[in-house]
Design a protein around this ligand. Sequence first.
Ligand code: RTP
Ligand code: MG
Length: 154
Amino acid sequence: MQKLQLTLAIVKPHAVKNPIALSYIRQAVKSKFVVIKTKRILLDEDTAAKFYREHVGKFFYNRLVTFMASGCIDLHILGHMRAIQMWRKMLGPTSVYKAQFQDPYCLRGLFGISDTRNVAHGSDSPQSAEKEIKFFFPDFSMYQWYNDDEPCYR
Ligand code: RTP
Ligand code: MG
């Protein structure tokens, strides 16, 4: 029985505020993934700091935390056989300059404004996906998602 891989996508505040970006991202997500859970939240800075704690000490950490707490974000748990790789491919490179240069039709190439305001986050490994999903959806069970049955939504 093969598991449906899950990832956490976070649409960043500037993209949530931009109706064209938001509608494009929602369509892109719906066309490629099983959208298992979605919620919109406003992070406080302490929670944002905790979520990004692996980046403590990096030059962009403070501005990233401040930005992520500056407006609502959309959280999506996405399912696909290769959800992690697929979502990160759709996002494109972290750097918006690189994204626009290498793949102008990736989400960061299309709607990114800076390396901080680069549209969305995507988990980078199955371990991070599990940790990040639990961080925002503590009651969510990761282990009910298989591809030989209809996924059971709850
Ligand atoms: P993400 O975690 O958001 O999916 O992005 P990523 O894996 O491509 O990049 P990561 O290194 O994990 O960085 C997390 C977020 O920090 C901001 N960042 N800014 N040079 C910079 O100014 C810089 N480098 C990283 C980005 O907003 C990135 O999404
Ligand atoms: Mg990352």
